[in-house]
Design a protein around this ligand. Sequence first.
Ligand code: NAD
Ligand code: USQ
Length: 386
Amino acid sequence: MRVLILGMDGYLGWPLALRLLARGHEVAGIDNLYTRKAVEEVGSASALPIPSPEERVHAVRDIMGKDLDFIIGDITKYSVLNKAIRKFKPDTVVHFAEQRSAPYSMIDVKHANFTMRNNLSGTLNLIYAVKKANPKVHVVKMGTMGEYGTPNFDIPESAFVDAQIGGKSDRIVVPKWAGSWYHWSKVHDTNNLLFANKVWGITTTDIMQGPVYGTRTKEITDDRLFTRFDFDGVWGTVFNRYCVESVLGMPLTQYGKGGQTRAFLSLEDSMESLRLLIENRPNDGEYRVVNQFTEVYSVRELALIAKEVASKNGMSVEIGEVDNPRVEANEHYYKPVHDILPALGLKSPTRNIRDEMGVILKDLQKHKSRLAEYKDAIMPEVRWKD
Ligand code: NAD
Ligand code: USQ
């Protein structure tokens, strides 16, 4: 299969390129290297140093014996995306190329606007480029579990739900209640993709994924193949941050009492899920919504796991209680349905979170002095209410 990855330089895009190449697919990717610059903007860097795009392509050739086409370009420019799709002729396009940080989107009006423009116009360009070049292309769009917020109902794996409003029944789009401008940009993307599916029948898999943790996948066996790993207060996700904080001996930055619950998965399980969804496309014209995760934890449970594993690895850490910078409930119901991926063969979780944390700590310890250099960027500075 020919797969075009938008956002191939990112945390998920890079290991997906490696996974698909290892499976024998032909892969090309586009990235404008925006995340590299935006992480610098907040005074941080990837915990694991990542090579330039040219070095990445060479490393893939040396280590895996595979060719990879890496296009530097901005998908909000329609001509860039249109040209790549016409030239590469993908069967599947995987769309990761978005501003993906909730705190970044909440910095101020400029960052909120950037998030909306970048994310919505990239997705609209993709819809039009596919419609024009070949409407049979399978669009695999990375959304987020956070589109729903934390509702008091089980989160379905479906775009529509039966509802009763004012005594009348109808089938309506599943209600969403996102928690940041970033998460709202994903809701708006979903609405736009649903409309494109209704009008032009574009075959779509809209993935609702929870936060990912980890440094390794089956293919990341050499330092030159590492993917980025963010840990600062704007770009780092919670469990990856706990790992860096453990290495630095800092109190774990649990926000509030840690009663927020999310649906997590390891980097390896994220790649395996994506592989299954790409290799098992929906029917032509179908709109498939998939909840992508393997484990559900509150951030307090995660902090307890991190403390336990850190201590087994000779690191003594305390669980801190940072004033929650976000507007979130202290405790809430959380239950996403998870049927589609197990039915496709995902054995979840394939890696135990405690074992995986041991691997992450080992990888991070080699870069402890680099982490210490960016220690000032760890505490959260962006407050939703400011
Ligand atoms: P990332 O920031 O590491 O990767 C995104 C990549 O897209 C970056 O390399 C960036 O430079 C590129 N990009 C952004 N805008 C672009 C544009 N206009 N043109 C070309 N390239 C552009 O993020 P990630 O963690 O790899 O996330 C990938 C996707 O998965 C995102 O859409 C994110 O919202 C979603 N997601 C991530 C997680 C997670 O825990 N990391 C969880 C759920 C969903
Ligand atoms: N949190 C802490 N301590 C921290 C960081 C976060 O307690 O040091 C809490 C947050 O308050 C939140 C939860 O952990 O309740 C998750 O926060 P996060 O920063 O790990 O994840 P989030 O901002 O939601 O975003 C990440 C990715 C995003 C993806 C999303 C999936 O950056 O791209 O869409 O996870 S989900 O969370 O399901 O929406």
